[in-house]
Design a protein. Structure first.
Length: 229
């Protein structure tokens, strides 16, 4: 079993899910008392959020590169960024270490292809929905990607940072997300990528008739597949 290096804390609510899902996946594969070999470098999200607001992605990339180097020095054999948005600096993290980085968008694309989907909707932070680092990566895998209209993108972004990253999962926000998902399905989306690792804690499969791709679970389970070989 390879040792997984998880860059977490962005937010720690979803980092908990990564830890739980990876251990459950190892137990399902190996049984008995087996659990995942995980090293986690849990960063302080607040200063990183301020750098994001200032559009200082060079500083963000530098800090996550430092976090990844520390994990490799501690023995990590593959690297995981436990958040979608911070994959904007995935190239900096990859360049900082000699071990492979498991990219969340690649894992999600594999799951979407396995589900038989070709046109997917994407929910996430404004940056994830609007920047090419994520949408472009999915398109590079051959998918058509739909995103909400501008006002709904603002709503989703606000709920992520003002609520979910603070551990708040509110019924009213769930209702709004389901409305947005249903609207994207009406535009032709065959499935929706829950492209923020906290969204799966708010929107459960039974909340909407549209197939959902929970990137946190998909990413964590793919990491375990690689770790176990």
């Amino acid at each position: 079993m390879k040792t997984i290096g998880l860059i977490g804390g962005m937010s720690w609510e979803s980092s908990l899910e990564y830890y739980r899902i990876m251990n459950e996946a190892v137990k399902a594969r190996l049984g008995g008392l087996h659990s995942a070999r995980i090293l986690m470098n849990s960063v302080d999200f607040a200063p990183l959020r301020e750098l994001m607001r200032a559009d200082d992605w060079a500083a963000v990339g530098g800090q996550l590169a430092d976090a990844s180097r520390a994990l490799e020095r501690a023995g990590a054999e593959l690297m995981v960024i436990g958040t979608n948005t911070m994959h904007k600096v995935a190239p900096e993290v990859e360049a900082a270490v000699s071990v492979p980085l498991v990219h969340i968008a690649d894992a999600t694309a594999e799951a979407a292809r396995a589900g038989g989907f070709s046109r997917v909707a994407l929910l996430g932070t404004a940056l994830t929905m609007e920047d090419d680092f994520y949408v472009g990566r999915l398109r590079g895998h051959g998918f058509e990607v739909l995103v909400p209209e501008a006002e709904d993108r603002k709503l989703v972004d606000r709920v992520i940072f003002d609520e979910m990253c603070k551990g708040l999962f509110l019924d009213g926000s769930r209702t709004e997300f389901v409305r947005i998902i249903d609207g994207l399905a009406a535009r032709g989306a065959e499935a929706v990528v829950l492209g923020c690792t906290e969204i799966g804690l708010l929107v459960r499969p039974g909340d909407t008739g549209v197939p959902t791709l929970d990137t946190c679970r998909i990413h964590a389970e793919r990491v375990v597949e690689i770790a176990l070989g």
